[in-house]
Design a protein around this ligand. Structure first.
Ligand code: MLT
Length: 407
């Protein structure tokens, strides 16, 4: 008899965005005439920029030559990409990160989930609430979440982030070992300032905890006081792992590339109190379970850092920012409080209804899809997320429909 990993039986029936997709499909089948505008999952619509496409073509051609062919690459990523990342994402911001602290992957989602492999099951996990569901679901799968009471998991510490506290989590009253922070935040689109993030770094240093910092949306930051990397905060090298993604920055949701930073001085402990370096452990995990991101994709990611690539991706980001501005302004003009959108592609609105009721009515009456806030956690009840990743035309059309809507 083969035994199942029963942790997987404790996770919700389907992943949030799968459930949203299922409901859209059912609605579309019942109403084939409805012109649905999708602002649910954060998937980009702008095509990949020319500098990246050119690099991809070049790499594909190389693979067809005896000299240029590449087989298995380094599991951590090619040096050309890790060096480009170090230079542009860190050194130019005055941050000391070395290429052997960078691990290139197929995206931040995988790394945010896989990182649990190197963390003990006894860790107490803290998440902001609402939260990107991957952090919670992967800890349920990893056996760290405890039992589900229909709303929350018993061993997870939820830190509410609502309009009432300005979407800034407060330090937990209990000790926690691992803290997931995502800023600019998915789903609320809000941020922490440097001094607000420093509170968390100081906590983690004091408590010997680890912060898992998801910076997938850093390219959308417009305000000066918002950190692009947790390593802008003194002491973070001793307590934080950072996840980055090319998905939203450069339209790689289909190409797949991201990276994780694990500083060499970062440690976690055995039950006996022995410190173990996580850089070495993550390297060991990746070299066993991962065979590297495709060469052609890494060349594409490298091109994101070329002068042309940078200018082109920033134009796309400006395009999405304009959508976010229009969305926020539209909701405010009809008296619905709207948050985020300034340093982020997400606009988080406070609805007068339950989140799923709002989803159903928006879909049925405006043919616009978003994501119910409660799907991201109990404190998301009564909120709703819309993404700025649609085209200008679709965004304008959606906002026109919403303005005329009799809610
Ligand atoms: C989202 O919509 O929250 C994101 O697109 C999901 C992801 O990046 O995996």
């Amino acid at each position: 008899m083969a035994f199942v990993n029963t942790n997987f039986t404790k996770v919700s029936e389907s992943y949030l965005f799968v459930e949203v997709a299922r409901r859209i499909k059912a609605y579309q089948e019942a109403h084939p005439e409805a012109k649905i505008i999708r602002m649910g999952i954060g998937d980009v619509t702008r095509p990949i920029v020319p500098a990246v496409i050119e690099a991809l073509h070049k790499a594909v051609d190389e693979m067809g030559t005896a000299d240029g062919f590449r087989g298995y690459g380094p599991e951590q990523g090619y040096a050309f990409l890790r060096e480009a990342i170090c230079n542009y994402d860190f050194k130019q911001r005055g941050i000391d990160i070395q290429p052997d602290e960078i691990f290139v992957s197929d995206g931040a989602k995988s790394d945010c989930g896989n990182i649990g492999d190197i963390l003990g099951q006894q860790n107490v996990i803290a998440v902001t609430d609402p939260v990107y569901p991957v952090y919670v679901d992967t800890n349920v799968m990893g056996g760290r979440a405890g039992d589900f009471d229909g709303i929350r998991y018993s061993r997870i510490c939820y830190m509410p982030c609502t309009q009432e506290n300005g979407f800034v989590p407060t330090l937990p009253s209990q000790h926690v070992d691992v803290i997931y922070l995502c800023f600019p935040n998915n789903p609320t689109g809000t941020t922490l300032t440097k001094s607000q993030l420093k509170v968390w770094v100081d906590y983690a240093l004091r408590e010997k905890s680890i912060i898992l910092f998801d910076a997938a949306y850093e390219a959308f930051i417009t305000e000066d006081d918002v950190p692009h990397s947790i390593y802008e905060i003194e002491g973070a090298r001793q307590c934080a792992i950072e996840f980055r993604s090319f998905s939203k920055t450069a339209g790689f949701t289909g190409l797949r590339c991201g990276f994780t930073v694990v500083p060499k001085e970062l440690v976690a402990y055995t039950e006996e109190g022995k410190a173990v370096a996580l850089n070495r452990l993550w390297n060991r995990r990746q070299s066993t379970k991962f065979n590297g991101t495709p060469y052609i994709v890494q060349r594409a990611a490298e091109a994101v850092y070329s002068p042309e690539g940078r200018a082109q991706i920033m134009a796309n980001i400006a395009y999405y920012r304009e959508n976010a501005r229009l969305m926020k302004q539209t909701f405010e003009s009809i008296g619905i409080p709207a948050f985020g959108g300034v340093n982020s592609p997400y606009v988080w609105i406070r609805t007068p209804l339950d989140s799923w009721q709002f989803f159903d009515r928006l879909l049925d009456e405006c043919h616009v899809v978003g994501t119910p806030g409660v799907g991201f956690g109990p404190s998301g009840q009564g909120y709703f997320r819309l993404t700025a990743f649609a085209t200008h035309e679709a965004t304008r059309e959606a906002m026109e429909r919403i303005k005329k809507w009799k809610l």
